[in-house]
Design a protein around this ligand. Structure first.
Ligand code: C2E
Ligand code: CA
Ligand code: CA
Length: 701
């Protein structure tokens, strides 16, 4: 490299004009300081500080143009160079104009000699505008920092090595460490090993392929709680466009997860018993059938229906009904293997899938175990409740090769078990299918039976045990089916209850009976004492029906004194915890209608309720009357019932009196009234009237 020495010499010789050129420039200030005073300032510098050039050079020094807070700084900078400690100085300080206002300046000073004495020559620029811009950037950065802090989700950013550069407040809280303690650390320092490894792997993938990514995972918060998190990650660039690091935003989805879990739970499980519901059950059954097809092993489907659960529910109230169902679920579950499925089908029906059946005999054993388990008494809030179960069994592939048929066959088998007398199980047989079809047909035909005049009320005399006089009668419903002939009420009343027809039919029976009682009141042969007619009311009618007011009103309309009518209810009703049942019963009583307790001895037999509900009559069930001649125990019970009832002021009717021996035993025990084939069978109204008129109304032997 060659230097043009001649040109350089010439420039130095002519330094005067070079300096003049510099001094005249309009951007930078130029100064010469010696002995703490300005020896020279150029016009630009004087203008910057708002002084006439002569004034600054006429005795003022650098301290005059320096803001008080920076005078120490400026002085020490100047001293260092004046004392030869440094050759050059470059610094910023806040300057002060003549009017006292401030400006930001930057100086570059060099120590030199002027007239053989130390001096400083330098240039000075007004950087106020630049400072302003810098302040704005810094403000903006702070603002962004505050902004990120307001984000409720944890945000953290790190460099290419995975070391934290910063984070927001939510992240600090999640990590349980202040920002300063996080910066410089890696995820391995703050998270569990597996969470950190997963995060690190995702970071590496993202760094090598910049952009965004997200994944779901778990993270443990500082308080130890584990959260479901969606980690959103994105790389960020340096100002030169190279990848600078990455930022992670953590979205906490724990709440959503819990919700989803709950929705799933609700959609698939019965909330009361915790068992799979119908939906999940169908999924499982379908799955098991597929498996059975592949494996060639058999599968059994059991339908478990609680006998008389509705009675318990209607009478003891839903709360205890629910408890009973929960207990039943527990018992059924205890009878099966872990690999078997129990589901609640709704109501009082449970379904059991027994897959991998090698020996069909096992199915019968399981069914029997379930029946035995459910037959054990259940204690509910102090009430001892007896339920039993009827179980229907259908086998795959023996009975049916598809799910819906299998389900319907198991159902039919369950109904067959119920018809066989409950508390037992039944396998599906082809004849069951026909029976099921008939039942459905019966239900349809029953709807039209009343309008078609196929229903009629029969009357069965009830006699005074002392003299055999007919004093009462029980109204018993009959259905004369055009094709099937006489259908017994035991068969169609449950259907009527099931399809809700019982209200309409029961209403009709009551009115027919009341009208009959009205006619007989004036029958001369009865000498004006008339016949008190008993009308059966099923629990369902009393609990959900609302006819009692109509009935009382009807009696008023036909001008029949209420004493000619008795309502027969079953024992279970008395145990109903719900007040409306009690109040309905009391309304009957208040209207003067007496209440008779039917089938006494077969159900709950809780004596305490008899008094509470002001029961007028007690009907000893047929089964006791039938066995009292042969079974000492039954006789003792029958006698005890009579004594106890009388003590409570309740009169006793014996049902199903078929022999003179029974009558005599009952009469000897003090029984008040008798009903049964011995006296007369139930008969149509007209026959009953003839029966009375024939004079048999006085005594029947
Ligand atoms: P329940 O109230 O216990 O009626 C007495 C049943 O015993 C009647 O059966 C009657 O025919 C029968 N019976 C009478 N004397 C004797 C006898 O000496 N020996 C035997 N073995 N049985 C005798 P029925 O008429 O078949 O009625 C059956 C059940 O149907 C009734 O039992 C009652 O629970 C119900 N029921 C009948 N009519 C109505 C009604 O209008 N409404 C409601 N809700 N239920 C009714
Ligand atoms: Ca009855
Ligand atoms: Ca009865």
């Amino acid at each position: 490299m060659s230097v043009d020495k001649a040109l350089l010499d010439k420039v130095l010789q002519d330094a005067g004009s070079l300096f003049q050129g510099l001094a005249d420039n309009e951007l930078t200030g130029l100064y010469l300081i010696q002995d703490g005073r300005f020896v020279y300032v150029n016009p630009r510098l004087a203008a910057m500080f708002g002084y006439p050039q002569e004034e600054l050079c006429g005795g003022l020094g650098p301290m005059h143009v320096t803001a008080p807070e920076h005078q120490a700084l400026a002085q020490s900078e100047i001293d260092r160079r004046m004392q030869g400690k440094a050759k050059t100085g470059h610094y910023r300080f806040t300057g002060m104009r003549k009017d006292g206002s401030h400006l930001d300046v930057e100086v570059f000073g060099v120590s030199t000699l002027f007239q053989d004495k130390p001096a400083i020559v330098g240039i000075l620029v007004d950087v106020s505008e630049r400072s302003q811009a810098e302040r704005e950037v810094s403000n903006q950065l702070q603002f962004i920092g505050r902004l990120i802090d307001t984000i409720p989700s944890p945000v953290v950013y790190k460099n290419l090595e995975g070391r934290y550069l910063g984070c927001n407040r939510a992240f600090e809280e999640f990590a349980g460490r202040p920002r300063d303690d996080l910066i410089g650390r890696t995820v391995f320092d703050i998270a569990t090993q597996d969470v950190a490894a997963k995060s690190d792997a995702a970071d590496r993938r993202l760094m090598s392929n910049p952009g965004t990514t997200s994944y779901e995972g778990k993270a443990t918060q500082a308080d130890g709680s584990v959260h479901d998190i969606i980690f959103h990650k994105a790389t960020f660039d340096n100002s030169d466009g190279s990848v600078g690091g990455l930022v992670t935003v953590m979205f906490d989805i724990s709440e959503r997860k819990r919700m989803e879990e709950r929705i799933w739970q609700e959609a698939n499980y019965d909330s009361l018993t915790g068992l799979p519901n119908r939906r999940l059950f169908r999924d499982r059954l379908l799955e098991e059938i597929k498996r059975a097809r592949r494996s060639g092993r058999g599968l059994a489907l059991l339908v478990v229906d609680l006998d008389r659960f509705k009675e318990v529910n209607d009478t003891l109230g839903h709360e205890l009904g629910d408890k009973l169902l929960t207990e039943a679920a527990t018992r059924v579950r205890a009878c099966i293997r872990d690999s078997d499925t129990v589901a609640r089908q709704g109501g009082d029906e449970f379904m059991v899938i027994l897959p991998d059946i090698a020996d069909p005999a096992i199915v019968g054993q399981v069914a029997q175990n379930i029946i035995d388990a459910l037959a054990r008494p259940v204690i509910l809030d102090g009430h001892t409740v007896y339920v039993s179960a009827s179980v229907g069994v259908a086998l795959f592939p023996d009975d049916a090769a598809d799910m819906d048929t299998l389900l319907s066959y198991a159902d039919q088998a369950m109904y067959a078990a119920k018809e066989k007398g409950r508390n037992g199980f039944s396998y599906f047989t082809p004849s069951l299918q026909e029976r099921a079809r008939n039942r459905l047909q019966l239900a349809n035909e029953l709807r039209g039976a009343l309008a078609a005049n196929q229903l009629s009320v029969y009357m069965q005399p009830i006699v005074d045990m002392r003299d055999g006089a007919i004093v009462k009668a029980e109204a018993l419903l009959r259905w004369r089916h055009p094709v099937l002939g006489m259908i017994p009420p035991d068969q169609f009343i449950p259907i009527a209850e099931e399809i809700g027809l019982i209200h309409e039919i029961g209403d009709w029976v009551f009115k027919e009976s009341a009208l009959a009682a009205r006619r007989w009141r004036d029958l001369p042969v009865l000498g004006g004492r008339g016949i008190q007619v008993s009308v059966n009311k099923s629990p369902r009618q009393l609990v959900t029906g609302n006819t009692h007011e109509d009935w009382i009103e009807f009696l008023r309309e036909i001008d029949l004194s209420a004493e000619f009518v008795v309502i027969e209810i079953t024992e279970g009703l008395l145990m109903d915890a719900r007040t409306e049942v009690a109040s309905k019963l009391l309304q009957f009583r208040d209207a003067g209608i007496q209440v008779s307790l039917d089938d006494f001895g077969t159900g709950y037999s809780a004596m305490s309720y008899l008094k509470k509900f002001h029961i007028d009559y007690l009907k000893i069930d047929k089964s006791f009357v039938r066995d009292m001649t042969t079974d000492e125990g039954d006789r003792a019970i029958a006698e005890a019932i009579i004594v106890m009832a009388h003590k409570l002021g309740i009169k006793v009717v014996a049902e199903g009196v078929e022999t003179a021996e029974q009558r005599d035993l009952l009469a000897a025990a003090g029984c008040d009234f008798g009903q049964g084939y011995l006296f007369a069978r139930p008969m149509p109204m007209d026959d009953f009237e003839n029966f009375l008129e024939d004079g048999k109304g006085k005594t029947v032997q």
